[in-house]
Design a protein. Sequence first.
Length: 91
Amino acid sequence: MLSWLIGHNVVDKTGLIGKYDFTLQWTPDEGDSPMLSNPTGGTPNGQPAPPDPNGPSLATALQEQLGLKLESKKVLVEVIVIDHVEKLSGN
């Protein structure tokens, strides 16, 4: 999900295993989709509260709230290439 949010591949180098349930609060950059809004609570009508305009960026929130740091590096990643697709036969 983080790759989708920042628009770059993210390789997990934390060494952490398992699943975690956490709430991360940040302010989306201008022009980001409203779907990227962070869960900062809700309004009485059940709509998500608008993000705090003075809140941290996603990278800052990751570091301050979770102790994780995004580092830009070049690494090898696996890529699957589909070079041909055919419709299944009706047999």
